[in-house]
Design a protein around this ligand. Structure first.
Ligand SMILES: [Zn+2]
Length: 294
């Protein structure tokens, strides 16, 4: 449905920002940032133009096609927890243990990401009320180097897992991650074991853990805590996987089926317990916790 205005027909790329606007900086590795300085945004799902205020009022879900846009960690916490929650474990920063440089120094990537997100790393921990239930919540920030998991993300989540066990409050983790943070090498891979160990202790203590997988949840995060919940639920249409589809196709020399690595496909194959629309997420979590309560 064209309206004859040239910019409605634009099929490639995003809208140009203001002439003197800031240059879009890469959010993750090779990930192009959608510039959102304007009042309008083009939906990735249906390619229609949406008024940004409408989108925000609708929990960042496209009112036309229900495409779920990415949420920042802060907005995620605001959507899930009642007002009056408390942010905890802030102020942890990566020490760049390998003094790593690829096309640019890791230290520079870190300072840019801090500037852009206002966070110290790709995670926020909070303690608060989810309706009637006191919970501990960790929300990942995709805008911080692709939500990658290094030592700080690992330590921050592990602290919340321990907090959940000690306080005997259910743990909820909202995952959004490109996987382990390559710039921290083996240190980032060790986080998988570290968090999984803490989760095993939480399980022994019989404290519930629910993981919410959002777009995208991949790599070492999928391979560890994102799939270890007592309940693993996902938002609609989220990309969830370990390796990317191209790598898999080249390895097994087969064409992958339609919708492979999306929430609905994983639900059908038994990897997930439910796919829940963002507007239903909070009531769903409350009902799940009601059910799990001793
Ligand atoms: Zn849409």
């Amino acid at each position: 449905m064209g309206f004859g205005m040239s910019w409605f027909k634009r099929e490639n790329g995003d809208f140009p920002g203001p002439a003197n606007g800031p240059e879009g900086e890469s959010a993750g590795d090779g990930e192009r940032n959608v510039r959102t300085e304007g009042l309008w945004i083009k939906c990735i799902g249906c390619r229609q133009i949406i008024w940004k205020a409408d989108l925000e009022q609708n929990l960042s879900v496209c009112p036309k096609c229900q495409h779920h846009f990415k949420l920042s960690a802060r907005r995620r916490i605001e959507q899930l927890l009642d007002p009056g929650y408390e942010l905890v474990d802030t102020g942890l920063r990566s020490t760049d243990p390998l003094n790593f440089t690829d096309v640019k120094p890791y230290k520079l990537r870190l300072s840019k990401a801090r500037e852009q997100t206002g966070l110290d790393d790709a995670i926020l921990n909070a303690v608060g009320q989810l309706g009637p239930h006191p919970v501990v919540l960790s929300a990942m920030e995709y805008g911080f180097i692709g939500g990658s998991m290094g030592a700080v993300v690992g330590e921050t989540i592990a602290r919340n897992v321990d907090r959940a066990r000690i306080l005997r409050k259910p743990l909820i983790v909202v995952a959004a991650s490109g996987g382990a943070r390559m710039m921290e090498g083996v240190v980032s891979l060790m986080q998988m074991a570290k968090i999984s160990t803490a989760l095993a202790q939480l399980d022994d203590a019989a404290v519930p853990y629910i993981c919410v997988l959002t777009d995208p949840t991949t790599g070492g995060v999928t391979a560890s805590f994102a799939m270890l919940g007592d309940l693993n639920i996902a938002e609609p249409g989220a990309l969830i996987g370990f390796a990317g589809p191209r790598v898999i196709e080249q390895t097994i020399r087969q064409k992958l089926p339609e919708g492979f690595q999306r929430s609905e496909f994983l639900l059908e194959k038994g990897f997930l317990d439910a796919v829940v629309h963002r507007k239903d997420l909070k009531p769903y979590l409350i009902r799940a916790l009601d059910f799990m309560k001793p």
